[in-house]
Design a protein around this ligand. Structure first.
Ligand code: ADP
Length: 266
């Protein structure tokens, strides 16, 4: 099995007090090309996990490897950040330039990449997120969903194998959410990117290969969407809700209708 991310017995906290661990002896492996969704209510440790994978934080205990490189190794940290690119919640905080294409070029420019290659990557990345026609526009004039797609293009331009998205749709309206989710799925299915998608919108997890549900810094549930959402009582016990379409599918199956729950998606 080829893993791109290997998290082994990681504990982490922001204070020295062991009682206040935010991640508690957590282990998780992410397969190359996998679409993993991380669910959990506020404060369960999802963002901390994302920052640890990307090397923004170094685990207090345990180890994290990205493409076999240890995130605690200062010599490989830049390669790790480029391998596992991060997209954050607020697109306004991620866009730095006054023109879309300059914004997308920012990362590769900092990597010291040659200008013709930067040009190629910028065009290709903007096409990947269906924003090529906006390349000369000012980012602040775009909708929330469009801005987030430009932020994703900025990450893609760095040629990451894995993209970690930390609640990328939390600040978007329903159509913006849909735009971003469609692009994320496409990057996984058509371009083979490993996706680690953190969200508290349950319906965004329906198409995942695997769901991990976090609670108090530990993995409380793990499995395919059907396995995880099939345990409605446990999901509710964790303060979360099963997506309505999934609940409906299960009810229909229980009522004797011969359908595969997988067909009822967002
Ligand atoms: P989630 O993404 O699931 O909401 P976080 O990883 O952001 O969870 O937070 C987990 C816990 O860590 C919360 O109790 C939060 O208050 C705390 N925390 C997060 N970031 C910091 C920080 N920079 N300093 C101190 N505490 C933090």
């Amino acid at each position: 099995m080829d893993y791109i991310v290997e998290i082994e017995n990681v504990s982490h906290g922001y204070s020295k007090d062991r009682e206040q661990l935010v991640l508690d002896d957590l282990s998780l492996k992410v397969r190359r090309g996998e679409f993993l969704v991380v669910l959990g209510h506020n404060g369960s440790g999802k963002s901390t996990l994302a920052k640890l994978i990307n090397g923004i934080l170094v685990p207090r205990e345990g180890s994290i490897k990205v493409n076999g490189m240890d995130t605690a190794d200062e010599n490989t940290i830049w390669e790790i950040r480029q391998t596992a690119g991060m997209v954050f919640q607020n697109p306004d905080n991620q866009l730095v330039a006054t023109v879309v294409e300059e914004d997308v070029a920012f990362g590769p420019e900092n990597q010291g990449i040659e200008s013709s290659e930067i040009r190629r990557r910028v065009d290709e990345s903007l096409k990947s997120v269906d924003m090529y026609e906006y390349r000369k526009n000012a980012p602040h004039m775009l909708s929330g969903g469009q801005k987030q797609r430009v932020a994703i293009a900025g990450v893609i331009a760095m040629k990451p194998d894995c993209i970690i998205l930390d609640e990328p749709t939390a600040m978007l309206d329903p159509s913006g959410r849909r735009e971003v989710i469609d692009i994320v799925k496409k990057l996984n299915r058509e371009e083979g990117k490993t996706i680690i998608h953190i969200t508290h919108y349950m319906d965004e997890a329906i198409d995942a290969d695997r769901i991990v549900v976090m609670e108090s810094g530990k993995i409380a549930m793990e499995g395919t969407p059907i396995e995880v959402f099939g345990d409605v009582e446990k999901i509710r016990g964790l303060g979360l809700d099963v997506p309505q379409v999934t609940e409906l599918a299960f009810e229909l199956v229980k009522a004797g209708l011969d359908i595969d729950p997988k067909v009822l998606r967002i």
